[in-house]
Design a protein around this ligand. Structure first.
Ligand code: PLP
Length: 450
């Protein structure tokens, strides 16, 4: 398939993709106005689906505050700060005349320690809610703290929630499910970090280790769950509930932007850079942001040069489902949250009209940016979460980026632009592990670029 590219007009992106060189692809299929209904696989989604997720988190807030001590202060709201990063902007080479850099700190999200707190916890809550309504433990409008009572926990304890994961989704689902009273099983790929498995086992979650990659761990979990009527499998490649949960980030970010005095309109573009694995998290957030902010938010996905599965999917025809191995790539990266060989087709179908582009990043750059984020702004992130920091240079400092900005009529508006890097994980990375990341990042030559 890679030998007969479907988009021969973009030879340089394909050459660079195959050579594992950083590249920027921009989406000619993006539409400025979001249609009221969008197809995602065989379903249709719209504003209602995002609002349903926001409402569900709201109904569960009281219960979450009771179950998770770390959510008491926020009243059960799982959110992260939006912070300015002017010193990091200079380190990354983003001049003041090219816009301001902000960081959406999902590396601080409580409970899961990563962006997976949004989608993963949403799906566990939706499953618990479905069971609780069915069995009359709660009713519409009733107090969901009833689910902390022994009768409810006994019911939920008859069910298992299972998931396949490179690590962070497992952490999110495993911790949330077991705290609600479910049994939990996490199928982990070979590249999952040992400390993530340990953290789950300490919480009574069953960890099933698989020798293969992420895709194989998901397939094994899916098969095992299919034969068990008391098992709900959270399917990272096929779940609408995950996408919906991620999209709930959008109204919250909209409020944070307003509170920070950040305007998003035709002369104040917002560029959002989202690390991408299978695509569910960045697609859910992009879907939400395009719903609430409209045409002037431009979302870009960031992938490791050896795992650009979403880019491979966007370059392929609608009936192809290529893997990064088909492109001669290895799927080997220290960004374990992004080490995915094949994209979610649900996420890809949803992104065709919404996404602005995708860029790829070398591991050496991830570590350098991880260290810069720490040394300039005190941000403590994991390697996957650093992928978005290449975004500003990709747009403003490459020929492809400049050409796109010009074609969109955005070049003149750069001084009033906001660049928002979404840092997706890191809170629970052990000290010793993080120190190694830092050392590795500081050892990178200063001249290395995106
Ligand atoms: C999972 C993850 C992502 C990407 O999410 P996908 O839904 O797999 O695309 C990004 N960063 C981190 C830290 C993650 O754990």
């Amino acid at each position: 398939m890679p030998d007969t590219p479907a988009t021969a007009a973009l030879p340089s992106v394909q050459d660079r993709l195959r050579a594992a060189q950083p590249c920027l692809w921009t989406n000619a299929g993006r539409v400025p106005q979001v249609p009221p209904q969008l197809s995602v696989g065989t379903a249709l989604v719209g504003m209602d689906d995002m609002q349903a997720a926001v409402a569900r988190f709201g109904r569960f807030a009281g219960l979450l505050a009771e179950l998770f001590p770390e959510l008491q202060a926020s009243g059960g709201v799982i959110e992260s700060p939006l912070v300015p990063a002017p010193t990091l902007a200079r380190a990354l080479g983003l001049g003041a005349e090219e816009g301001a850099l902000w960081v959406k700190c999902d590396h601080l999200l409580p409970v899961a320690g990563s962006i997976k707190a949004r989608g993963g916890i949403h799906e566990v809550l939706e499953f618990a809610e479905t069971l609780a309504l069915e069995h009359g433990l709660v009713s519409p409008g009733s107090d969901y703290r009833a689910l902390a009572q022994p009768a409810a926990r006994a019911l939920l304890g008859r069910y298992q929630v299972a998931v396949g994961s490179t690590g962070n989704l497992g952490l999110s689902i495993g911790v949330a499910a077991s705290r609600l009273g479910f049994r939990a099983a996490v199928h982990m790929s070979a590249d999952a970090k040992e400390w993530k498995k340990e953290r789950l086992r300490r919480r009574g979650v069953e960890v099933v280790e698989h020798a293969g990659d992420y895709e194989q761990a998901v397939a094994a979990g899916r098969t095992q769950a299919a034969s068990d009527p008391f098992c709900h499998f959270v399917d990272d490649e096929r779940s609408l509930s995950l996408l919906q949960g991620y999209s709930a980030a959008a109204p919250a970010l909209q409020r944070q932007l307003a509170a920070a005095g950040i305007t998003v309109d035709a002369t104040h573009p917002l560029f959002v850079y989202l690390p991408c694995g299978v695509g569910g998290a960045p697609a859910g957030i992009t879907f939400g942001l395009r719903q609430v902010l409209g045409p002037h938010v431009h979302c870009f996905f960031a992938e490791p040069v050896q795992s650009p599965c979403f880019l491979a999917q966007m370059l392929a025809g609608p009936h192809d489902h290529p893997s990064v191995y088909d492109w001669g790539l290895t799927n080997q990266t220290e960004a374990d949250g992004l080490a995915v060989p094949r994209a979610s087709l649900l996420a890809a179908s949803l992104m065709h009209p919404l996404l602005s582009g995708i860029f790829t990043v070398q591991d050496a750059t991830l570590f350098q940016h991880l260290a810069w984020a720490h040394d300039t702004e005190g941000l403590r992130i994991e390697p996957s979460a650093a992928a978005g920091f290449s975004g500003p240079a990709m747009l403003t400092g490459t020929l492809a980026g400049r050409a796109w900005l010009r074609a969109q009529g955005l070049e003149a508006h750069l001084p009033r632009a906001t660049h928002l890097a979404w840092t997706t994980g890191g809170l629970f990375v052990p000290e010793a592990e993080y120190d190694l990341f830092l050392q590795r990042g500081r050892a990178q030559p200063q001249a290395a670029s995106a």
